[in-house]
Design a protein around this ligand. Structure first.
Ligand SMILES: *[C@@H]1O[C@H](CO)[C@@H](O)[C@H](O)[C@H]1NC(C)=O
Ligand SMILES: *[C@@H]1O[C@H](CO)[C@@H](O)[C@H](O)[C@H]1NC(C)=O
Ligand SMILES: *[C@@H]1O[C@H](CO)[C@@H](O)[C@H](O)[C@H]1NC(C)=O
Length: 293
């Protein structure tokens, strides 16, 4: 009898229903659907889900929000959304924040398999590498936003954003705040045709970026570099003459090294302040002079 009850509970939990309206009555009640004539919200947040439920219902048109935040998902297999989402042309926001995700499988914007999105929130998960399947296969819309803050990424690798030079991303806002990123590969954003890049790398472990780092050229860019332990030695002097000053203005980065420059605003320094040790004898006096001030 006890076993039967347990099985019944498990079955009810697995066979997900989407419940209409603000209040969810009865069981099974995994997700709520709120819709008016224009938009639909599917809210599956904070339900202790370990799997994507079987929705048992077809959706169509544009979804405003598919919300799986605050669950216990470890992997997100987009194909599990299944047939029910084939009629969905686009989802404004897919929120997978605050789960335990380590992988995304199958991918987004695959015809007859999975929908596309404008904004994907995978912050607060357990990713230690960027899940390449997070990037929609096709993207023609104006603005793509991906938030992978509060994970454990250690690097942004070559071509991680797309291995497909035909993928056009007019504007990409990539937010990877508060990870453990030490290296950004010079070709990290090179392959996809990105016209405008907003890159938020605040609160990581970056000590430098390569002068060769490929940053898509456009008039409207932003690069947030604060909260990193920048090494302001002679190898980094080039940054003063670069565009980074202008595009990083709103979140000014501070130096962490060498010790005399600790907590100094990087873009307030003079080229001569960026020294390597041992300081060449001919110039040592002048440069050490600065340090003694
Ligand atoms: C992503 O989700 C987190 C947690 O819910 C939230 O704080 C953050 O603002 C969201 N990111 C974006 C870009 O909306
Ligand atoms: C630049 O960053 C890499 C990765 O952390 C590090 O190995 C290298 O020593 C750094 N170079 C300088 C000059 O700080
Ligand atoms: C940094 O990047 C974010 C996007 O994550 C943006 O909203 C914010 O205005 C930027 N600027 C500063 C000063 O943090």
């Amino acid at each position: 009898m006890k076993l039967l009850t347990t099985l019944l509970v498990i079955f009810t939990l697995l066979a997900g229903h989407v419940v209409d309206g603000q209040n969810c009555a009865g069981t099974p009640c995994l997700c709520q659907r709120r819709s008016d004539s224009m938009v639909t919200v599917i809210d599956c947040s904070n339900r202790g889900l370990t799997e994507i439920p079987d929705f048992q219902e077809r959706f169509s048109g544009v979804l405003e929000l598919l919300d799986f935040s605050g669950n216990e998902l470890v992997t997100f297999d987009t194909s599990k959304l299944g047939f029910n989402f084939i009629g969905v042309s686009r989802i404004d926001l897919i929120d997978l924040s605050n789960n335990r995700l380590t992988s995304i499988v199958t991918g987004f914007a695959i015809p007859n398999v999975s929908p596309s999105y404008d904004k994907l929130n995978i912050s607060g998960n357990n990713f230690d590498a960027f899940p390449s399947k997070a990037i929609p296969l096709e993207f023609a819309r104006v603005d793509l936003v991906i938030d992978i803050s509060n994970n454990q990424l250690t690097s942004l690798d070559s071509h991680f954003i797309a291995d497909n030079a035909n993928l056009g991303i007019p504007t990409l806002t990539f937010i990877a705040r508060n990870n453990l990123i030490e290296t950004v590969h010079i070709m990290a954003f090179a392959n996809a045709r990105i016209n405008e890049l907003h890159l938020d790398l605040r609160d990581n472990k970056l000590t430098n970026i390569s002068q060769e780092f490929y940053f898509p050229i456009s008039t409207n860019r932003e690069f947030n570099l604060s909260g990193n332990p920048w090494n302001c030695d002679c190898n980094f002097r080039w940054i003063l003459q670069s565009d980074y000053k202008e595009i990083s203005q709103r979140a000014p980065p501070l130096c962490d090294n060498p010790a005399p420059l600790r907590n100094k605003e990087l873009f307030d320094l003079r080229p001569d302040d960026f020294v390597c040790f041992p300081v060449p004898t001919t110039e040592a006096g002048e440069r050490f002079g600065y340090y003694q001030r």
